[in-house]
Design a protein around this ligand. Structure first.
Ligand code: GCB
Length: 667
């Protein structure tokens, strides 16, 4: 009995093993609309639905029971024992039982009031999720409101007609964490015998825990009937960076927009940090135009300017032909210009050298749930260590963190959720493209986003990889031509088939760890050779997007031995030598340590409580190598960007000769 039920379950998560021999470049079936970050204004109200929700997990052997039995039709507590569950958070590490490893569907619900005042005729109400991993079905008062597949990306729907005004309402969410060969990222569901007969097992090749749940904030917000649905901006600077241009285009949704005689227009005003208006314009009839900003303050990365991350506030007022104010939305805008060629990457005409990290959204207890305290601490650490960039390995990070990156001048290589991409099928290609469409749509206005990463460690030597990545890269380019495209590749450059489609080559390699473990004498030359090999093959700029070594904080061994703090510092130092030689070649763009902090993974005998390649512990305290990296990142900042050293970069050791002088040679 158990066995046949199990087969049904595995059937539900159809295992796609067939690899299509021919893949074609189809249009993405559903493209994103709207989804501006919810902000209050004269015409909009925002309410958070974060807090403690009710939670039920489905029987793993019967994941569709809740749908069949219509659990959404009434309070979950009516039919099931419920437990409290925080939102936002991953559900996995909240309880003390085996919920951590649950595979399949779970249910959430909560009640909330909608004010009577929201029922005004001239208003619409929207329900928006920052992210639910992996697939979400949402009901409001028992009626289906929306469905969304793909973690780490927002989705929303209008719920005006589903709400009861001046009354209590219920929202129900079913979330499914199952990953199969045609999800992004991919996984496998199999049935495996266990002590009770048989169980279903979720496996995946990627190296981070498949945390699930309502990961980011849930908002209800109002807009006027006719409202600003989309804003897209692009910025550039004149040759001496004294004049900035902000080109904008606005999309409107609503009945007023469709009335032939109603020529809507927008008034745009740009304010500097002091609140002084520095530019303004009235849009053309297509709701587009360009603002000219004299004496502009460009957006610069951290340490490239004394005032990095400069943001203007763009105020958009939508008017009807009769001058009536319809809607107001405000956006933070950094004005900068990117350019690149086969050797360099420039921001505002100045060459950039990236020094940063691969990271994860991961922490104790809340898993991948948005946590403002953690996010703020992480940015403080990034600045403390002198980093100017990170890659959102291996999925889109929260919108709140993208806003932080804008404000702090941290450059982002923005990665879609495709990891270890393989078995290149038509269905996978369509979803992969959709993930990039959703990502570019969400993040295109962020000054901090300087590059798109279309995959991490895809199997680029496999059959079909060349065509597949050509389609993915060209599609991404069609969505945004202002940023270069990369992918972090770990296949040998001699066999790779994707590099042709990229603008910048990123490679991941673990010398002295996965290859030649412990051999510190086998790092420097290998890094130089591999980077040079990539450059020679493709004649494109090269980044080392991952290197590092697992390190148990507190484990000390001299001479350096794998897993010790000494070893991590030595591995870094051997890479630094290679990077300095590569920098002089002119086409090497930057170095990204793996990883910013320790993080949780699936259980395996190679992981002690998770991946320990962090420079910081999971509790965000520095390991010894953090102090070394800090000295390097600031030394690079001083050499390349003339930044000053923080007071505490050096520890006083002894008064020897003229050691009172502190310059880069002291390092
Ligand atoms: C990689 C992956 C990353 C892993 C890392 C490791 O190449 O891109 O996701 O965590 O190696 O530590 O094995």
């Amino acid at each position: 009995m158990a066995l046949s039920l199990m087969s049904l379950v595995v059937g539900w998560y159809v295992i796609h093993t067939a690899i299509a021999l021919i893949i074609v470049n189809k249009d993405v079936s559903q493209t994103t609309r709207g989804m501006l970050y919810p902000r209050e204004s004269e015409t909009r109200e925002v309410r958070s639905l974060d807090g403690i929700w009710n939670f039920v997990r489905s029987d793993q052997k019967n994941p569709t029971q809740g749908i069949r039995d219509k659990w959404y039709a009434e309070d979950l507590s009516k039919n099931q024992p419920i437990i409290p569950m925080p939102v936002p958070a991953s559900y996995n590490d909240i309880t003390t039982d085996d919920l951590r490893d649950h595979v399949g569907t779970v249910w959430y619900d909560r009640k909330f009031f909608v004010p009577r005042s929201w029922s005004k005729e001239q208003q619409r109400v929207w329900l928006r999720f920052g992210s639910v991993h992996y697939e979400a079905y949402v009901w409001v008062n028992g009626q289906q409101a929306m469905k969304h597949e793909m973690g780490h990306l927002p989705f929303e729907a209008e719920v005006t007609h589903l709400l009861k005004y001046g009354e209590e309402n219920r929202i129900t969410v079913m979330c499914d964490n199952a990953l199969i060969q045609t999800t992004v990222p991919q996984g496998k569901i199999t049935e495996v015998p266990n002590d009770d007969g048989v169980t279903i097992v979720q496996s995946y090749t990627f190296d981070f825990f498949n945390y699930a749940g309502i990961h980011r904030s849930v908002h209800l917000y109002t807009t006027p009937k006719t409202f600003i649905e989309e804003v897209e901006i692009q910025t550039k600077l004149n040759d001496d960076n004294s004049v900035g241009y902000v080109t904008y285009s606005i999309n409107v949704n609503g009945s007023a927009a469709n009335e032939a005689d109603n020529n809507l227009y927008a008034r745009i005003q740009l304010y500097n940090k002091q609140g002084v208006m520095v530019a303004n314009a009235t849009s053309d009839s297509q709701l587009g135009g360009t603002l000219k900003v004299d004496k502009v303050k460009p957006w610069w990365p951290y340490l490239m300017d004394p005032e990095p991350g400069y943001l203007y506030e763009m105020e958009i007022k939508l008017h009807a032909a009769n001058e009536e104010l319809l809607d107001v939305y405000r956006l933070q805008v950094g004005i900068r210009q990117l350019s690149w060629n086969n050797a360099k990457f420039l921001i505002n005409g100045k060459q950039v050298y990236f020094r940063g990290f691969g990271r994860h959204e991961d922490s104790d207890i809340r898993g991948k749930g948005l946590d403002n305290a953690l996010m703020t601490r992480d940015f403080n650490l990034l600045k403390w260590i002198g980093a100017n960039a990170y890659r959102t390995s291996h999925y889109p990070y929260s919108e709140e963190s993208m806003q932080f990156a804008d404000r702090h001048g941290i450059m982002i290589i923005d990665e879609c959720p495709s990891v270890d991409t393989e078995n290149f099928s038509q269905e996978l290609l369509d979803k992969h493209k959709s993930s990039l469409e959703q990502l570019v749509h969400r993040d295109r206005n962020h000054a901090s986003v300087v590059m798109w990463s279309i995959a991490n460690e895809p199997r680029t030597r496999d059959t079909n990889a060349g065509t597949y990545f050509q389609f993915v890269a060209n599609y991404t380019r069609s969505l945004d031509k202002t940023r270069p495209i990369t992918a972090a590749i770990a296949q040998p450059y001699t066999e790779d088939k994707a590099g042709n489609s990229l603008d910048i080559i990123s490679f991941n390699r673990y010398n002295a760890w996965y290859s030649n473990a412990g051999r510190l004498d086998m790092v420097t030359q290998r890094v130089i050779d591999e980077a040079s090999g990539w450059y020679k093959k493709y004649n494109k700029p090269v980044i080392m997007s991952e290197y590092g070594a697992d390190t148990m904080d507190g484990l000390h061994m001299q001479p350096a031995y794998v897993w010790s703090e000494e070893f991590q510092s030595e591995v870094f130092s051997r890479h630094f030598r290679a990077f300095d030689i590569l920098r002089r070649k002119g086409w090497f763009l930057g170095e990204f340590v793996w990883n910013f902090a320790d993080f949780k993974t699936a259980q395996s005998y190679t992981r002690v409580g998770g991946n320990k390649k962090g420079v910081f512990t999971r509790a965000r305290q520095p390991k010894a190598a953090a102090h070394l990296l800090r000295k390097r990142y600031f030394a690079l900042g001083r050499e390349l960007e003339d930044c000053s050293f923080p007071e505490d970069l050096f520890t006083y050791i002894a008064e020897v000769g003229d050691s009172g002088k502190r310059d880069a040679s002291d390092l």
